[in-house]
Ligand binder design. Structure first.
Ligand code: NAG
Ligand code: NAG
Ligand code: NAG
Ligand code: NAG
Length: 456
């Protein structure tokens, strides 16, 4: 803001320049006074919830403006002609501000002209988890009252999007429930599992809570819920264990929280990067990895859902499916997004043992691998390969036959067959690009080929 005048053309008269620089300075000083941060509960669980609503806008994305609900919402920078995103955090064991709030607020404001409201219920969310759960209903009531005031200003319910993290997802569900399921959208970022997996749909996030409800699951075997709770439920890398997260308890707090927090980091990343984080409907992650779900025809009528802010996640249909499980892989670090390709190997001759082939896609800067397993007495094996650049940027593919050499019985020293690949979602013709000859793969030997796929 202060450097605004510098960006103005040089022809602006010096007086004006001076004037505007004073004004910029003034508002800046004012805004410093008016910025409000999250509270810290310091382990002391108060009897009051002390819910705060902090407004963030594009003009001051790092300055929270405290909205005093009693005064009405008119006297602040809330713009009722814009959409509104309401962020609700979850359980705060230590009573501290969530570390990801600023990143999420910034990522939203950098991509869209909206009002962002962060709900601070740190006081109610600290202490022991069960007491935070007890506070879910009173917090949801207080947020609902707040939303009613927005509606009274002429804000439309459909323009309200709640983003709830962990326990905050169920708070959001309850808020949506109190508004008859008529709010625009709820996004649950790894909705909390403990105390909610067996709860009734009224008590937890469910598809009836908003016109569009989506959930991103990243820790379904621990802090997250394992059942689908939205119209669309993303089970990222199967929804349980995330690549890049420590697998051993010796990693301490990071081990505990990494999978659960991945949903937030993935969401922020999806807002910041243009590469599509696309997912595919399937009955299980196992089936997905084994290439049994290759498009989005059923139930999405061809449009695959994408994590991010696209309307209805980019799916183009009037009557939404419910609790549709969709699957995707990610890379271990931001921006997380990968492209999924089906890779297939067809043996010239069936074998009486399992055949394993390692497939590696190379681009100028990436190397991504998957293993095809061909069951015994079968001709073909397939697998999904997650690669970080689009298929058309993959320069070469390397195949390696991994024989099962047991010391009493040597496997064959080579196999012959055909290799094919196709990028997901497969189109209706199911066309694959194949290397146009019978490949001979020698045991444990890399053989590289150029992949005949061109960028459109
Ligand atoms: C709110 O209204 C009061 C009284 O009209 C005014 O003095 C004050 O500056 C306003 N505050 C904001 C943030 O606009
Ligand atoms: C509210 O947002 C609209 C749309 O971007 C804009 O035209 C208008 O000037 C804004 N109003 C205020 C008071 O900033
Ligand atoms: C990869 O490197 C080659 C040779 O340096 C270059 O011609 C090509 O454009 C690069 N491809 C990509 C996708 O960066
Ligand atoms: C590859 O093998 C298949 C099956 O044995 C055979 O029908 C086909 O003619 C071979 N193709 C080439 C190009 O050698």
């Amino acid at each position: 803001m202060v450097d605004d005048p510098k960006r103005k053309p040089l022809i602006v008269p010096a007086v004006l320049l001076l004037l505007s620089s004073f004004q910029a300075g003034d508002t800046d000083r004012l805004s410093e006074h008016h910025c409000t941060d999250f509270q810290t509960a310091n382990f002391l669980r108060g009897s009051k919830l002390k819910v705060q609503f902090l407004l963030f806008t594009s003009s001051r994305p790092s300055c929270g403006e405290l909205i005093l609900v009693g005064d009405g919402i008119k006297n602040c920078s809330f713009n009722s002609s814009l959409e509104t995103k309401i962020i609700i955090h979850g359980f705060r064991a230590l009573g501290t501000k969530p570390s990801w709030i600023e990143g999420l607020v910034r990522a939203i404001l950098d991509t869209s002209q909206v009002n962002v409201i962060a709900v601070d219920w740190v006081y109610g969310s600290t202490g022991a988890y069960p007491s935070a759960v007890e506070n879910v209903t009173p917090v949801a009531l207080s947020i609902s009252e707040f939303i009613s005031k927005l509606l009274a200003l002429g804000v439309s319910g459909t323009s309200i999007h709640i983003i709830g993290v962990s326990l905050g997802a169920h708070v959001g569900g309850l808020v949506g429930h109190f508004h008859g399921g008529q709010l625009g959208r709820i996004t649950g970022l790894d909705p909390a599992g403990p105390k909610y997996t067996r709860a009734s749909p009224e008590e937890r996030l469910d598809p009836g809570d908003a016109l569009f409800v989506e959930a991103i699951h990243t820790d379904a075997d621990n802090f997250g819920i394992r059942i689908p709770v939205g119209h669309i439920d993303y089970f990222v890398n199967g929804g349980r264990d995330q690549p890049g997260c420590p697998r051993f308890i010796s990693a301490g707090y990071k081990y505990l929280i990494c999978d659960h927090m991945r949903a937030v980091h993935l969401y922020v990343s999806a807002l910041k990067h243009s590469c599509p984080i696309m997912a595919f409907p399937c009955s299980s992650y196992h089936d997905f990895l084994n290439g049994r779900c290759l498009d989005c025809v059923d139930p999405f009528l061809l449009s695959c859902p994408r994590i991010g802010l696209l309307e209805q996640a980019g799916i183009n249909m009037k009557k939404l499916p419910k609790e549709a499980k969709v699957y995707l892989m990610t890379s271990p670090s931001a921006p997380f997004c990968v492209h999924h390709s089906l890779v297939e190997f067809h043996l010239q001759k069936k074998r009486n043992k399992v055949t394993s082939i390692e497939i590696t896609f190379y681009s100028n800067s990436t190397k991504d691998t998957a293993k095809i397993t061909i069951p015994k007495h079968q001709e073909m094996g397939k697998r999904l390969l997650a690669h970080r650049v689009p298929l058309c940027q993959v320069n070469s593919v390397t195949l390696k036959y991994l024989p099962k050499n047991q010391f009493w019985r040597k496997d064959e020293s080579s196999i012959v067959g055909k290799f094919c690949a196709a990028s997901l979602p497969l189109d209706s013709t199911l066309t694959m690009s194949c290397l146009p000859w019978n490949l001979t793969l020698l045991s444990n030997t890399d053989i590289s080929y150029e992949l005949p796929a061109a960028c459109a």
